[in-house]
Write a protein that binds this ligand. Structure first.
Ligand code: F6R
Length: 241
């Protein structure tokens, strides 16, 4: 694991955007794995800036998002599809045909998960996966006591996750309790991984994920076994390392 500690959120976002842009420069038809949540918002902003300065383009890029709420229409403003559209897809030249999200409205969930995995494989696998980390150690929506062998699947969200995500909804009752998420195996099959974290509230889990024993109660700890992980964190998130 490479750990890059930066001063603040802005620097974390810029470094991450530069890494993604370099990936796309080296391989214009890169397959990118993307995350949502608060953490990567600044990175998407920086990527849009680089695109506007014509320093990178997304014409040939293919994307797969980590997760989507189960039962939310993609057009729902709280869906991760809407988040991605607002923060990246509508602001760069990515082709709609190259965007892939888990299907939160799938009637046959298993079949749609199998299809998601096979699409990733057909395109040669994920070249670079961007991750955030939950306060409970989740990556994607692979919650504590995870099965490290799982691929894309339907998950029950942890209470802590539902509570954390309720900030985006009018009330906690509106937060979906299930999601479709890439599994740990899907994530671990990515060629490169960058994990971003900022703020004191992530310090404890970063310490456990990086220095702790690899164990299913901290899903992100499995990343210790991946051979190309870069963790970009601000001083606060790094404060217990
Ligand atoms: C988002 C995702 C989650 C988040 C994590 C951190 O697609 O898969 O694992 O990365 O919950 O969320 P924030 O960045 O809001 O703290």
């Amino acid at each position: 694991m490479r750990i890059i500690v930066v001063d603040n959120y802005e620097e974390m976002s810029k470094k991450a955007a530069l890494m993604v842009a370099s990936q796309v420069t080296l391989k214009p038809d890169s397959v990118l794995g993307l995350a949502t949540g608060d953490t990567p918002l600044g990175m998407y902003e920086e990527l849009v800036k680089l695109y506007n300065k014509q320093e990178v383009d997304f014409k040939e890029v293919r994307t797969f998002n980590l997760d989507e709420y189960y039962g939310l229409d993609p057009e729902n403003p709280q869906s991760y599809y809407s988040y991605m559209t607002r923060n990246l897809f509508n602001k760069v030249d990515i082709s709609k045909n190259n965007i892939n999200m888990p299907d939160g409205m799938a009637k046959d969930v298993n079949a749609s998960c199998v299809l998601y995995e096979s699409k990733i494989k057909t395109l040669g696998g994920i070249d670079m996966q961007v991750l955030g980390i939950g306060g409970n150690g989740h990556i994607g929506f692979n919650e504590p006591n995870v099965n490290f062998e799982a691929q894309t699947h339907l998950v029950n969200l942890d209470e802590q996750t539902i509570e954390a995500n309720s900030r985006f909804f009018k009330s906690i009752e509106e937060v979906p309790v299930k999601a479709i998420s890439m599994g740990i195996k899907t994530i671990m099959n990515s060629k490169k991984i960058i994990l971003l974290a900022n703020g004191l509230n992530k310090a404890e889990v970063i310490e456990k994920a990086v220095n702790g024993k690899i164990n299913p109660s901290i899903p992100a700890s499995i990343l210790q076994l991946h051979n190309d992980v870069t963790i970009i964190i601000d001083k606060e998130a790094a404060s217990l390392l």
